[in-house]
Design a protein around this ligand. Structure first.
Ligand code: SF4
Length: 462
């Protein structure tokens, strides 16, 4: 992709082509369904008479999802079909037990909950928005992104209009700097910008697996988004590649003339070299989020960098001495840039800990223009958790052998379903353009702040 081809010549409604991409590796059953056999037998005898020995009816009741529809009915339930609606337990509490399976409870690590892993698997496989049903039974506040609520006060408008396409809501974002002022005496095409149709890119992955990279390359091309990587040997798939340039890969990158390049900000000499050798490219500095990132970001923006890729670890914690969540650090950097009058000169990409669809709008509300996803990609491709995934240099997610075409479809599905959920939130917030959401913390509520305001000074009885 280059800056010219990135701009569509005619109006086209953005659409993500999703289709089922079932799991290749078997996933554990979420629920463990069991029946007390003697009581079940007694009940079946009773029901056999009631339903005039109609085997199909007797063996399938009371589950409409077909869990008891196998050859042995409730004696050998088809556990993979159970959705946990609890109807069988409510109707036959003396016979049925339904609980979460032990295998399910072991999924993920200290950050990735079994629920989050399951959500990504199912989104990548079916491209459908997860429906919880039975009402929400969990907590309404929590840490990190769970402590941010969006203002849905515009929900009186039909929120499905955006999803079904009756109303167009733009999810396009520009990567690159904007002009601080216009000089009419000078015709100057800079600064450059590349437009991506969704505010999500693929960040560098903690694996060198060729098939995974190929899947990411194909998906980026189909989606019109970008993928960031040290590896530049992607052939035709590399057109959407954002190379991370260092001294070893400098000459190779210059030769390929990518539309967007990244470099590690501590290599301060690289910016000038890149800017002079690649005057038509967008240059982005990668910076770990920590206490001084606001100051570094302002310096880089003044030097003329077009974008900042701010990253936390894979659990969404920054690298400060007293670690903070990526959302809090991001807000600090964004507000510092706003205060210094530099915010519009740079694009902010945020990555680390973006693992669910709702994290995208929440990171944007905290000041990012767009986000990068990393371990989420591997989870969608059914990689195996072999320990903790937090450390960027030692992430314990091991990719399994995959077909790149299957992998690409899973990633397209994931983007499709995240895109739908983003549109749903934008609809409910009464916004027609995701760019309007950037840094709009006035349209969000922070759990910690509300607790402080509501309960400060009130003594708790112990
Ligand atoms: S919990 Fe619901 S889905 Fe699961 S077996 Fe019982 S009735 Fe069927």
């Amino acid at each position: 992709m280059d800056s010219e081809t990135a701009k569509p010549s005619k109006y086209e409604r953005f659409k993500i082509e999703t289709k089922p991409a079932p799991h290749v590796y078997q996933i554990p059953n979420k629920f463990d369904v069991s029946a007390r056999k003697l009581r079940l037998a007694a009940m079946l005898v009773h029901e056999a008479f009631e339903f005039k020995l109609n085997k199909e009816v007797v063996l399938s009741r009371p589950c409409i999802y077909g869990v008891f529809g196998g050859r042995f009915g409730g004696f050998k339930p088809l556990k993979h079909k159970c959705v946990g609606c609890m109807r069988c337990v409510q109707e036959y509490p003396h016979i049925m037990t339904v609980k979460q399976s032990e295998e399910y409870k072991r999924l993920g690590d200290s950050f990735w909950t079994p629920e989050a892993v399951f959500t990504i698997w199912n989104e990548a496989s079916t491209a459908r928005i997860p429906v919880k049903g039975m009402g929400y039974k969990g907590a309404f506040g929590g840490k990190g992104f769970d402590g941010i609520w969006t203002d849905m006060s515009e929900i009186v408008r039909p929120t499905r209009d955006g999803v079904y396409g009756r109303e167009y809501i733009s999810t396009c974002v520009d990567i690159g700097g904007k002009l601080a002022s216009v000089d009419f005496g000078k015709i100057d095409r800079s600064p450059l910008a590349v437009e991506v149709p969704v505010p999500i890119v693929f960040d560098e992955l903690p694996t060198g697996d060729r098939s995974v990279r190929e899947a990411v390359g194909i998906a980026s091309k189909k989606l019109g988004t970008l993928f960031v990587s040290h590896d530049q040997t992607m052939g035709d798939l590399g057109r959407n590649l954002v190379p991370i340039v260092d001294e070893n890969s400098f000459d190779e990158s210059i030769e390929k003339k990518p539309a967007v390049v990244e470099y590690h900000a501590e290599r301060s000499d690289l910016f000038e070299k890149l800017a002079s050798r690649l005057p038509s490219s967008i240059v982005i500095a990668r910076i770990p989020l920590r206490e001084d990132t606001g100051t570094v970001a302002c310096e880089l923006a003044r030097e003329g960098v077009h974008g900042l890729h701010l990253y936390a670890d894979y659990h969404g914690q920054d690298y400060s001495k007293e670690t903070k969540h990526v959302s809090a650090s991001l807000k600090e950097v964004h507000q510092r840039l706003v205060k210094e009058g530099l915010r519009d000169q740079v694009t902010i990409i945020a990555s680390g800990g973006i693992t669910l669809a709702e994290h995208v709008p929440k990171a944007i509300i905290c000041g990012a223009d767009l986000v990068g996803i990393d371990t989420t990609v591997l989870v969608a491709l059914q990689a195996e958790f072999q320990g903790e995934t937090r450390d960027r240099a030692n992430c314990q997610l091991k990719p399994k052998k995959i077909d790149p075409a299957w992998g690409a479809q899973r990633l397209v599905n994931l983007f499709g379903v995240w895109h739908d959920q983003l549109i749903e939130i934008l609809s409910a917030m009464g916004m027609r353009d995701v760019r309007r959401m950037r840094g709009d913390i006035g349209r969000s509520m922070m759990d910690a702040e509300l607790r402080e305001q509501s309960f400060k000074g009130i003594a708790w009885a112990t």
